[in-house]
Design a protein. Structure first.
Length: 127
C-alpha cells in the first residue's frame, strides 16, 4: 500500500471513529438515563417498561459499543500491517491501541453499569 493511500485510509477510519464514539456514548447515556430515572421526553415510564428498555434497548446498545471499538481496533491493526512507512505505521498502531483501550474499558464497565441499573430498578419496584 502506498503512503498516500495509507494516510487516506487512516483518516477515513479516524474521522467516523471519533464522531461515532461520541454518538454511541450519548446514545447509551440517554438509554440508561431513561431506564434509571423512569422518565423519557417528560413522560413517566412504568417499571415493567423500564425493565423492557433495559433488556431490549440498553443491553444491545452496550453490545454495539463493545463490538464497534473492537472492530475499529482490528481495522487499525489491518491498516498498520499493510503500511510501509514507519511513521504512518506507528500512528495506525497508536490508534489501534486507543480503540483497544476503549474496547477493554467498555467490557469492564458494561457489567458495572448493568448491575447499577438493575439495582435502581429493584429499588423502584420495592417502593
Amino acid at each position: 500500500m502506498s503512503n498516500l493511500t495509507a494516510i487516506g485510509l487512516s483518516l477515513a477510519i479516524l474521522v467516523p471513529y471519533v464522531f461515532l464514539t461520541a454518538f454511541l456514548d450519548r446514545w447509551i447515556q440517554d438509554r440508561s438515563d431513561a431506564v434509571v430515572t423512569g422518565v423519557t421526553r417528560g413522560v413517566a415510564l412504568s417499571i415493567k417498561y423500564r425493565w423492557m428498555l433495559l433488556y431490549v434497548r440498553f443491553l444491545p446498545n452496550l453490545s454495539v459499543g463493545i463490538v464497534f471499538h473492537g472492530a475499529m481496533a482490528m481495522a487499525w491493526m489491518m491498516v498498520a500491517s499493510n503500511i510501509g512507512a514507519e511513521e504512518v505505521k506507528r500512528f495506525a498502531y497508536l490508534m489501534a491501541f486507543f480503540a483497544f483501550c476503549g474496547f477493554v474499558l467498555w467490557i469492564l464497565l458494561a457489567p458495572l453499569w448493568f448491575f447499577h441499573v438493575v439495582s435502581v430498578l429493584r429499588e423502584a419496584e420495592a417502593d
